[in-house]
Design a protein around this ligand. Structure first.
Ligand SMILES: Nc1ncnc2c1ncn2[C@@H]1O[C@H](COP(=O)(O)OP(=O)(O)OP(=O)(O)O)[C@@H](O)[C@H]1O
Ligand SMILES: [Mg+2]
Length: 250
């Protein structure tokens, strides 16, 4: 990547704080995501990675801090504006989170139904669903229920759902957790294809070192509630700091 210092980020988190019952999870976390990059946030289990991403999409209310997406401060936006802004963001939930009682088609139609009018998409719902499934190689599953799919297929359907509104930013929460190494590689390959095809900017949360190595342009380590260290995979994996080394040791 070129020198990023003078470029405006597409997404920025400044001094984010969030506590639960006096337990400070995020304690002044900062992050900048630049256009077209894959930024990996790594942190150990319970360090607040999902909390950070939930504050970002509004599933949790931060105690303080600034979240800016595409130059808009999300604190000052009204509900309708916030809703529209969210259509630019795809979110792959930790563990896929498909609706069990809906078919694959209905799962994918769900975000469309909510936002299609607002986005003035001309294509039919059916063709958008088919395109999204084609992107993840699962067109043939359109009428199946999630319970009829393997874990890896469910993750790919969830990915298709996150992509269906053609978002500029994708947030991935543990995209490879719970999958075998081969399926993990396939998911990572899909994520790379998506970045190339749509020039999306991605924030990827993971504790999978192999995933981070392959996918990241840049990384941030979340330790003790802050962005403890950032750099390329190579820079971080060569760090002498014991807290950083701990991530890369087997
Ligand atoms: N809604 C909530 N209410 C109370 N505590 C919460 C809530 N959500 C998260 N926490 C706490 O915040 C801390 C961070 O949780 P979080 O889910 O962000 O961890 P994580 O880094 O995503 O871990 P993992 O790698 O296991 O997914 C944990 O101690 C968790 O118990
Ligand atoms: Mg998590």
């Amino acid at each position: 990547m070129e020198d990023l210092k003078n470029i405006e980020p597409i997404l920025e988190i400044k001094d984010l704080k969030k506590s639960f019952a006096g337990n400070a999870v995020l304690n002044g976390f900062n992050l900048k995501l630049f256009e077209g990059e894959n930024l990996v946030v790594m942190g150990k289990s319970g360090s607040g990675k999902s909390v950070m991403i939930k504050c970002l999409v509004g599933l949790l209310q931060a105690d303080s801090g600034i979240i800016r997406i595409k130059d808009q401060d999300i604190e000052v936006l009204g509900r309708a504006e916030l809703d529209l802004l969210r259509t630019h963001i795809g979110f792959l939930f930790q563990g896929s989170a498909l609706y069990d009682s809906m078919t694959v088609r209905e799962n994918l139609e769900f975000p469309l139904r909510r936002h299609k009018k607002k986005l003035k998409l001309n294509e039919s719902t059916e063709s958008l669903v088919q395109e999204a499934l084609r992107n993840v190689g699962l067109e043939h599953t359109i009428d199946l229920m999630p319970s009829e799919l393997s874990g890896g297929m469910q993750r790919r359907v969830a990915l298709a759902r996150a992509l269906i509104l053609k978002p500029e930013i994708i947030l991935y929460d543990e995209p490879t957790t719970g999958l075998d190494p081969i399926t993990s590689k396939e998911i990572i390959e899909l994520m790379r294809n998506i970045q190339h095809t749509y020039n999306t900017s991605s924030l990827i949360i993971t504790h999978d070192v192999d995933c981070a190595r392959v996918i990241s342009n840049r990384m941030i380590l979340l330790v003790d509630g802050i962005n403890y260290m950032q750099g390329t995979f190579e820079e971080l994996s060569n760090s002498k700091d014991p807290k950083v080394q701990a991530f890369f040791k087997n």
